[in-house]
Write a protein that binds this ligand. Structure first.
Ligand code: NAD
Length: 291
């Protein structure tokens, strides 16, 4: 289960040495058979904030849990009003050099698979259509009753039509695709139901407090088990949902490299830890290996 994140976690023991040299990562990726595990840090250079980076949103915002969302109509109204604004930023975001470099390494046959914790669809947009979106994607909506999925764009149009006087503007967008919004703006917002069965609609993403579909987890484990090495990109690995794959790789004796600005909960499992901005680091990596 994805548990609600906190800022209280600190890495155990002494911090392991970090480097700004890509030398070992070039060797590791150059040997091929790599599975990539990416997180929110890969998308910050596309303008989507992370949770726990230098300007991470958890410092001022607590994401909604599944239990809150299904448990109260006012919680859903608040979510969809805020999300109606925030979605525009996510929908406008473009892949950055980091996403493009991952695609180049995949096309060069060095990366065998990509698992992403991100819900922004940017690996797909960058040309890696088979990236496994562990926590789903904000560009789809699912009905909690009939389980029908539909495009988020369609819901966006329906919400516009149902809320013609909704003129609020987002002050700040959060990683979940919602935005800071005054209570007064939330109160008058009208939520729309599933077109097919009038059930409750939810973004097709895994909320905190919700389980990832077991079949999706199994696909990720299969990728990890088939890989020779793992490359973690832009994740604090605070969430067990992602950390479990790093553990699995390390327990099988596979080398793990982490490229991330700042410490991660997976540091003790990693042979190589590089502290560099991902756009620059991955462009450099792809230029050396996939040009
Ligand atoms: P996180 O916020 O916990 O960690 C991100 C890490 O990336 C931080 O350590 C940060 O210092 C680092 N970072 C930020 N920008 C970087 C850059 N340019 N170069 C290198 N490092 C950089 O994110 P997480 O570990 O992915 O966990 C967050 C969870 O929340 C995920 O499971 C995901 O579902 C969700 N989320 C998704 C998005 C998205 O889709 N873009 C954004 C935020 C959160």
């Amino acid at each position: 289960m994805r548990t609600r994140p906190t800022l209280s976690w600190t890495p155990p023991g002494e911090p392991l040495p970090r480097t700004t040299s890509l030398h070992e990562v070039v060797r590791l990726v150059g040997a091929g058979g790599v599975v990539v595990l990416s997180g929110a840090g890969l998308s910050t250079e596309s303008g989507i904030p992370d949770y726990r980076g230098a300007t991470g949103s958890l410092r001022r915002h607590t994401p909604m849990t599944y239990q809150e969302f299904v448990g109260a109509e006012h919680a859903r109204r608040r979510y969809w009003a805020r999300s109606h604004l925030g979605w525009r930023t996510i929908a406008r975001a473009h892949p950055n050099d980091g996403h493009r470099a991952v695609t180049a390494l995949r096309n060069a046959g060095l990366v065998d698979g990509v698992i992403t914790q991100n819900v922004d669809g940017l690996h797909r947009a960058a040309g890696t259509p088979d990236a496994i979106e562990l926590h789903g994607s904000l560009d789809r909506v699912v009905c909690l009753s009939c389980r029908e999925t539909s495009p988020r764009e369609e819901l966006d149009r329906r919400l516009h039509a149902a809320n013609p006087g909704f003129t609020a503007t987002a002050t700040r967008v959060n990683p979940d695709g919602d935005a800071d919004l005054a209570d007064a703006d939330v109160r008058g917002f009208r939520v729309v139901p599933c077109r097919s069965c009038a059930g409750v609609l939810k973004p097709d993403v895994v909320f905190f407090g919700e389980n990832v579909e077991p079949s999706r987890v199994d696909r990720c484990y299969r990728l990890v088990d088939a890989a020779r090495a793992m490359l973690v990109l832009g994740s604090s690995l605070t969430v067990m949902s992602g950390l479990r794959f790093v553990r699995r790789a390390a327990e099988a004796g596979k080398p793990v490299a982490i490229v991330n600005q700042g410490p991660t909960r997976g540091d003790k499992y990693a042979e190589h830890r590089v502290d560099l901005p991902l756009g620059r680091a991955l462009t450099d990596l792809a230029a050396r290996l996939a040009a």
